[in-house]
Design a protein around this ligand. Sequence first.
Ligand code: NAD
Length: 484
Amino acid sequence: MSQQQVIHLLINQEEVKTPSYMEVRDPGRLTDVVGNVAIGSVAHVDQAVRAAHQAFQSWKTVAVEERCRLLLRAAELIQSEGEAVARLLTKEAGMLLSVYRGEVGMAINVLKATTEWAQTFFSPKQVEDGQSWVSLEKRPLGVIAAIVPWNLPLMLTMQKLAAILVTGNTIVIKPSPFAAIGVSVVLKKIAAMFPPGVINVIHGEAEVGSALSTHPLVRKISFTGGGKTAQFVMRDAADSLKHVQFELGGNDPAIVLDDANVDEVMPQIAAAAFRRSGQICVATKRVYVPKQYYERACELVCAYADQFSIGHGLDEKATFSPVNNRIQYQFVKELLERTRQSNARVMELGTRLEPENWENGYYLHPTVVMYPDPGQEIVTCEQFGPVLPIVPYHTEEEAIQWANSTEYGLGSSIWSSDPERALRVARHIEAGMTCINGANLSPLGLKHVPFGGVKQSGIGREKTEVGLAEFIEYHGINYHKETS
Ligand code: NAD
């Protein structure tokens, strides 16, 4: 793969050039141009959707086994191209190379896991008695638009693509303009493995997204991104009464109970909060710690954060990378500025590897905020950056109430040495997922827990059989053995 990429639209297996292209710069070295990405129009969206609609007529009849076989070939392709794609993602989207190597593995895993979920999902459901028999059949919806954010571009694209295609639908994908290159390079090769029109890729921003959400032949929008954008999608989808599935923002609370071993758990919480420089929807975003352990807990988190070496994602010495884009960078900087004006204590930690390049990228320090007010903006908003506010609490009830006090409800974690107590507290948390004594899902959890959030963190779920059910309709057929 060459250093500078030109990415066109992909419709019906053909590359389609557009009148204008967006220049993509390296978030860790803004003077470097990584490539140019096509900007599509409403007419291009129509062309892509019609291609997908045409392909749907035959793709829906393809056996599930064949769909799975092709998805497994896609997984093999990502495996073989993994290193090159990870490097490209690092250049265009800014996180550490090791992070994208991990994401390549996640993308492969989700493709494989989806083919396993499909086995149980499609097991036939037929019942009969003396008078009749009933067949409950699962039918695809048609053309699905998959709108993807920049923060986990390859994994989220493959998660959507696998579920949408294995259930017999066709897809029009709109990657984020902030992470379109690596994904598109892979998608072009994967699309060539499938019949023409099954996979189409369109690029652009709001105009293109809106054209997808309003197009009458698109049956469902599978959207991952911010809540504000989701509101536009929902309004646009209303005219044609489209289904929507939303994976939105999070502000995951971690509650450390007073029987937890603070020395053991705080470094784990810090690791979860600062991975991907905090740019992950299910990252721990606020911690509630018993008042009596507060200073010690903060000391441990600060010590953890201070070990980071902040540098370019391709620098082997770097353990902490810049954030992805200017909007995100400005937002976090201004949020921290407002936080400094309050009674909270803001500590910027870690070491700058290339101080001379600091202003040439979206670099931020891993930051710990001590003594914020529980209702303060830095605690209640989704800052989506490398910041961890730590809030002291007096009672368990208070911690639960504060944890539930936002409009978010994606992930969460409870830390305790008492399993029954932890479970009781976990059941009070308003979230789609709660981990006990861990910040992330275990391998077993990844296989069995449908991914998604409650309240304004989402509508519907991804992954597992529950996630596949998002992309089908039921068709009940009742055969009467004798006409009366
Ligand atoms: P975003 O909402 O700005 O953009 C998401 C996608 O929507 C992009 O492809 C964008 O181009 C597109 N878009 C923009 N305007 C549109 C419109 N009017 N109609 C249709 N599409 C439009 O989000 P982002 O900044 O790319 O990603 C960060 C957000 O995504 C965070 O809030 C994060 O929590 C969330 N996220 C959620 C999950 C999850 O699974 N819950 C996973 C990853 C990211």
